[in-house]
Design a binder for this molecule. Structure first.
Ligand code: CA2
Length: 148
């Protein structure tokens, strides 16, 4: 039975590839899902790929992951910088968590430099474009393989 990884995306990421390509690139969230799906097959993992524009929606998805996922990859969008509630939800999840940011948040406005989610994340990837999701999935595959 393949282990399941939840890939969760926060607010406005449904617009990926449709606005601000100079920051976020030209690929869409559907492209990200396809690329992650291909890599998941290669490394022997199953994926559930989700996006929510709502803080409560992301929290509900994290709660669902508690019951079914071995690991979470999350790009919480702007909630990274504001949401203690999402941090609290992630703290109830027992498996590995990798935080992804498409842009390099440390090269941007000061308010993006801090992430509450990083207090829980086992790894953080920023500034690698959408490739960051694949890097995160590779890291998850390593961590889950080590876990047995
Ligand atoms: O770099 C990232 O992945 C971010 O998590 C993206 C968030 C931003 O608030 C974080 O500081 C960094 C914004 C997501 C908005 O996504 C869009 C994508 C395309 C067009 C417009 C928005």
């Amino acid at each position: 039975m393949k282990k399941l990884v939840h890939v969760l995306n926060g607010p406005n990421l449904n617009l990926l590839g449709k606005r601000q390509p100079e920051i976020y690139g030209r690929e869409t969230l559907e492209d990200v899902e396809r690329l992650c799906g291909e890599l998941a097959r290669t490394v022997g993992l199953s994926l559930r790929f989700e996006q929510s524009n709502a803080e409560s929606g992301l929290i509900d998805l994290i709660h669902e992951a508690r019951g079914e996922a071995a690991a979470i990859i999350i790009n919480p969008g702007a909630y990274s910088h504001t949401s203690i509630a999402i941090l609290d939800a992630l703290n109830t999840f027992e498996g590995p968590v990798i935080e992804v940011h498409i842009s390099n948040i440390h090269k941007r406005e000061a308010f993006r430099h801090h992430s509450y989610v990083s207090l829980r994340a086992d790894g953080v990837i920023a500034g690698c474009g959408i490739e960051g999701y694949q890097l995160a999935l590779r890291r998850i595959a390593t961590l889950l393989a080590a876990d047995g």
